[in-house]
Design a protein around this ligand. Structure first.
Ligand code: MN
Ligand code: MN
Length: 327
């Protein structure tokens, strides 16, 4: 066990400069160019020095895709999202928000979590450990997947600081399939309530359009047809009624979006939401007590013209604004 711990310290600190930066000159990432020096999410400082009191949010990548049932490749998601995020970093005040992000929120890019390749148990342990460090320091974590299985580790890392959470889950799939002992990107939300991480009675799944038990399903479902048919305001109202004041975790599987808006993903399903509709729903729930966010299942090998990576980057930036709007 002590060997394990020593290894984790080595892994966590191996790439660090003395000041906690992940690159020799942290200022390189402050470039506002939309194509030069694209090392970090939206040009945020790339560092693991997160103890600054004024720091509000941390962006973290999880390059893991061994939990996939379909197409692999989401391990390259975090870097694809960072590359696409360069298109967003010139705009100090993101439309349609009415404030500059940096006036309300200081954030950094924590880089990607390292783990022994091929070792899912090690990934779970490392991600949980880093998440506990970040949430324990009182920072809001925004994670970039990785396949959706990583959310199990993220939830484990959030409950210590926030207690049992409501889940706001955007996806084509419920990911609560009862596969008993099987752990993959389709069963996290079957296991998470059993571990006491989330309360399905305060949780809602939006954009679902695959088979699930409609007579006995613990989560509220706003399926894709409903989310596409009814007004954004009605969807927002339903989410707010379900989640209330509870501390909530927001998990966005990019396959909630229609393949027209997110072709580069592991298990695409037609008939999904548009990026525009998803963004409007998110803005409608920005003031809920959301304590953590992730965007997962971006798979650049199947992407076209960065459509999916740009959607992922735009969602992650929206999460930063949602967090900042409550500062
Ligand atoms: Mn999905
Ligand atoms: Mn999913």
């Amino acid at each position: 066990m002590s060997n394990e711990n020593e290894k984790s310290v080595q892994l966590a600190d191996g790439a660090l400069m003395a000041d906690g930066s992940l690159v020799p000159d942290g200022s390189l990432t402050a470039d506002g160019s939309i194509y030069a020096n694209v090392f970090s999410f939206a040009g945020l400082p790339l560092t693991r020095d997160i103890d600054r009191a004024d720091l509000g949010a941390v962006v973290m990548g999880i390059p893991y895709d061994l939990g996939t049932s379909g197409r692999p490749g989401a391990r390259s998601g975090p870097n694809a999202i960072r590359q696409a995020s360069a298109n967003l970093r010139w705009e100090a005040q993101r439309w349609p928000w009415d404030f500059r992000l940096s006036d309300r929120l200081q954030a950094v890019d924590y880089g990607d979590i390292e783990f022994s390749s091929g070792d899912s148990t090690d990934m779970l342990a490392r991600v949980t450990e880093h998440t506990m460090r970040i949430t324990g320091a009182g920072k809001t974590l925004i994670s970039l997947g990785g396949d959706h299985f990583v959310t199990l580790a993220l939830l484990r890392g959030h409950v210590g600081a926030h207690g049992k959470l409501a889940l706001i889950h955007f996806d084509a799939h419920t990911d609560s399939y009862d596969e008993h002992e099987k752990y993959d990107h389709g069963s996290m939300f079957y296991h998470a309530p059993k571990e006491g991480l989330i309360d399905p009675a305060r949780s809602v799944q939006i954009g679902i359009r695959t088979d699930h038990d409609r007579t006995n399903h613990a989560y509220q479902v706003i399926d894709a047809d409903q989310a596409n048919e009814q007004s954004v305001e009605d969807t927002v109202r339903a989410i707010r009624a379900r989640v209330g004041e509870s501390p909530a975790y927001l998990s966005f599987d990019i396959d909630c979006l229609d393949p027209a808006f997110a072709p580069g993903t592991g298990t695409p399903v037609v008939g999904g939401l548009s990026t525009a509709r998803a963004l409007r729903i998110l803005r409608g729930i920005a003031d809920l007590n959301i304590v953590g966010f992730d965007v997962v299942e971006v798979l650049p090998a199947y992407d076209q013209a960065q459509i999916t990576a740009l959607a992922g980057a735009s969602l992650a930036l929206e999460f930063l604004y949602m967090r900042a709007s409550r500062s």
